[in-house]
Design a protein around this ligand. Sequence first.
Ligand code: ATP
Length: 985
Amino acid sequence: MSTRIGRKKDREVNVQVLLRCRPLTDDEQKSNLPRAITCNEHKREVAVLQSLTNKQVDRVFTFDKVFGPKAQQRSIYDQAIAPIVNEVLEGFNCTVFAYGQTGTGKTYTMEGGMRNKGGELPAEAGVIPRAVRQIFNSLEAQNADYSVKVTFLELYNEEITDLLAPEDYSRTSEDRQKKPISLMEDGKGCVIVRGLEEEAVYSANEIYNLLERGAAKRRTADTLLNKRSSRSHSVFTITIYVKEATVGDEELIKCGKLNLVDLAGSENISRSGAREVRAREAGEINKSLLTLGRVINALVEHSAHIPYRDSKLTRLLRDSLGGKTKTCIIATVSPSAHCLEETLSTLDYAYRAKNIKNKPEANQKMSKAVLLKDLYLEIERDETREKNGVYIPFERHAQDEAEKKAKNEKLEQLEIDLNLSEKQVDKYRELYLTEQEQKLDLDSELKCCKLSLENSNKALEDLQENHRVAISTLKEKEFIISKLLHTENSLIDRAKELRANLQNASEDISALFTKLDQKNKLEAENQGLLLTFGSQLDQSLKDLHKTILGSVSQQQQQLRCMEEHVSSFLAKIYTSGMTTLNGLANSLQAKASLDLEQMKSTMSSQISALDNEAKDVICDIQSTLHEQKQLLDFSCRKQEEGLHRSMVSAEVISRATIDFFNELSHRASELTTILQESQIDKSHQLATFEKMFKEEAAREEEHAMEKIAAILSSLTAKKTAMVSEVSRNIEDSTTQGNKRLLQEISSMQQVSGDAKEELNVYLEKVKTHFLEDTFTSAEARATMESCLQDCTNKVNYSQQQWENAQLSINHLNKSSIAEITSTVNTKTCANQAAHEELVSTSSSITAEFDAKACDTMGAVNDSLMLDQEAKKEIDSMSILCLDQLSCIREKHTDSITNIRNQAEQCLRKDYLVDQHTSTTPKMKVIAVPSLASIEEMRTSPMGDLTEKITSENRPRCGSMESKIHQQQEACFGASQNRTPFADVN
Ligand SMILES: Nc1ncnc2c1ncn2[C@@H]1O[C@H](COP(=O)(O)OP(=O)(O)OP(=O)(O)O)[C@@H](O)[C@H]1O
C-alpha cells in the first residue's frame, strides 16, 4: 500500500526540562511576601530558600534551562522552543508541554498574547503563536509545497472535546461542542484521537483565528490563585506536510508534528478556594497529573509497566513520554514563599522528568504515489458518495470515514463486550438462581428473625411501658416531694412566725423589765425623798425646838438680867418701893413663866403629836412601799423566770425545728438528686439501649443479608442476650432506684415523725409554759393590784391622818391663840393695874424722895451711871435678842423653802414619771397633797409660833420699860424731863 522510508536515530534523548519562574504578581507584591526562589540562568540552577529568615539555601535544582522572573517570552522561545520547531520541520514529532502549579504562567508561556491589531506578534506572545509564525516563515522561506493541519482538543474531567469543531455541523452547538471524542490505539503503540476536527491551514493568521476560537471555548474559572484559571488540559497539534526534493521518479513528503500542551495547573484545593464543581475539577486535574507523575516515575525507574492507560492525559502524551517524540517540559513556578510547597513539588516533578529518555525518530516520508493513491481512494469514496447524490467536502468525508471506522471498531468492541456481557449474564443468571435459593432460605430465616424481632419489640414495648410506669411513678414521687417541700416551706414560715412572736415576747419582756426598773428607781427615789424629807423635817423640828428653847432661855436670861438690874437699881434707889415692884415683877415673871411653860407644853405636845403622826405616816408609807417593793420584786422574779424558761425552751425548740428543717431539706435535695440521677441514668440506659439496638439491628440485618444462616442464630442469641442484659440492667437499676427511693422515703417519714413528735412535745411544753406564765402573771397582777389597793388605802388613810393632824393643829393654833390672847389681855389688865399701883406708889414715894433727894443726890448720880450702863446692856441684849429672832426666822424660812423646793422636785419627778408610766398613778396623786400638807403644817404653826413669841414678848418688854420709865419719873421728877429709857424705844 504505502512505502514508508524511515530514518532511525539510535541514540536516546532525555526529555528536555526548562524551568520558568514568573515575577511576583501585584497582589503578592502588595502583601510583601518574601521570595522563596532564586534563579541562576547562567548556571541553570534554581535555589530554594526554605529557611526564609536567614535566607539559607536548602535545595538547589539544576535544569536544562532556567528562566528567571525577568525572562522574556521571546528569549525563552528563541533559546528553547525554536530548535524544537526546527526539528518538527525536519520531520520529527515534538511535544512541548507546560507543567506547574495553578497561576504560575503555563497559559502565559504557551499562549501569551496572540497578535496585535496589525497582525504582528506582541512581546508577550507565547510559544504557540511564535511556533506558528516560525513554521510558516520557514515553510515560506523554503518555497516548498506544504500542507499544514491543526487540531485543538481539550481534556476536561477525562473527556476530550474538540475545540475546533465547527458549530454549524452540529444540531445544537452545545452538543457538538461537547461531543466526546474517543481515543483509539493503532496497534503500533500510537494513539489515535477519533472524531477530532483537523483543520487545514494555509497561513499563520488562520491558525491564530483558530487558536482564538478554541481558546475562547476552553473552560476557565476564577480561583483565588488565578483570575482566569484553565480548568482543562489543552493539546494544540500542528502537522506539517512538506514535499521534498525528488529521488528518482518518486516524490517524497516529509511529515512533522508539533504538540503544544498546556496542562491544567496542579492545585492545593484548600488554598485555591475551590468549592463543589471547582473542587471536583481540581480533583480530576490532580488525578490526571498524578498519573502523569506515576508515568514519569515508571519511565525514570524503567518499570516494566508504564501506567499510560490510567488517564487520558497520559494516553494522549504516550508517545511524548518514553516514545519516539522529542519532548520539552516547561515547568513553571512562583517565586513567592506562599507557594513554596507546590513549588518544591513542581521542582521535584520536573527534576525527575529530566531522566525520562525518549527515542526520537523522524517520521517516515511518504511517497507522492502513495499519497496520490490515498487521495484517489478518497476521491472514489467521494464519487461513491456523489453517486448516492450527496456531496460532502473532502475533509468532512475524511472525518466521516474516520468516524465510520471508529464506529466499526467500536461496534466490534461492543460485540466483544456483548459476548463478554452475555457470558457474564449467564454467570450472573446462575448466580441469581443460587441467590434466589439462598434468598428463599434467607426469607424463611428472615421470617424467624422477624418473629424474634417482634418478640424483641414486644419486650421492648413492655420495657417502654415499664419505663412509662416508672416515669409516672417518678412524677408522682416528684409531686409528693414538691408537696413535702411546700409543707416544709409552710412549716418554715410557721417557725419563722413563732420565732418572730418569741422575739416580740422577749422584747415585751425586756420593755417590762425596763419599766419595772424605772418603777423601782422611782420608788427608790420616792423613798429617798421621803427619808430625806423625814430627816429634814426632824432636823427642822429639832432646830425649831432648839431655837425656841434658845430664844426662850435667852428671853428668860434677858428678863433675869433686866430683873437683876432693875432690882439692883431699885434695891439701891427705891429699896422700899421696890419691894412692891419686886412683888409685881415676881408675879409678872411667875405669870410670864407660867404662860411660857403653858406655851412650851402646848408647843411640845403639838410638836410631839405632829412628830408622832408624821412618823406613823412615814412608817406606814415605808412599810407599804417595802411590801410593795417586795411583792413587785417577787412578781418580777417570777415573771422573769417564766419568761426565761419559755425563752430557753423556745430557743431549744427553734433550734430543733431548724435542725429538723435543715435535715428535711437536705434529705429532700438528696432525694431529688437521686431521682434525677436515676431518671438520667434510666433515660441514658434506654437511649443507649435504643441506639445499641438500632445499630445492632441495622448491622445485624446487613450482615444477615450476607450470611443470614450463619449469623441469624448468633444474632437472635445476641439480641436476646442484649435485650435480657439491658432489661436486667434496667430492672436492676429500677429496683435499686426504688429501693433507694423507699429508703429515702422511709427515712423522710422517720424524720417527719420525729419532727412531729418533737413539735408536739414542744407545743405541749409551750402550752404548759404559757399557762404557767399566764397564771404567774395573773397572780402577780392580782398581788400587785391588791398591793396597790393597800397602798392606796394606806395613802388615803395617811391623807386622812394628815388632814386630821392639820385640823388638830389648826384647832390647837386657834385655841392657843385665843388662850394666849386672853392671857395677854389678862396680863395687860394686870399690868395696867400694876402700873396704876406703881404710879400711885411712885407718887407717894416721890414725896418721900423729894425729901430725901438731897441726901440721895450723890447716890442717884451713881445710880444714873449704873442705870445708863444697865440701859446700854439692855439695849445690846435687846438687839441681840432681835438678831437671834431674825436669825431663827431666816433659818426657819430657809428650811421651809428647802422643804418646799424638795416637795416641788418630788412633785415634778412624780409628774415626769407619771408621763412615762401608768403603773403607779395612785402613788403620785397621793404624794402631792401629803407633801403640800406637810409644808403647810410646818409653815403655819412656825409662823404663828414665832409671831406669838415676839408679839408676846414685845408688849411685855414694853410694859416693863414703861414701868421702869414710870419708876424713873417717880425717882427723878417730871420737871427735870429726864427720860433715861426714851432712847430705848
Ligand atoms: N512570566 C510572566 N510575566 C508576566 N506575567 C505573568 C508571567 N507568568 C504568568 N503571568 C501572569 O500570571 C497570571 C496567571 O498566569 P496563567 O493564567 O498563565 O497561569 P496558569 O499556570 O496557566 O494557571 P492555571 O493553571 O490556573 O491555568 C496571568 O495574569 C499572567 O498574565
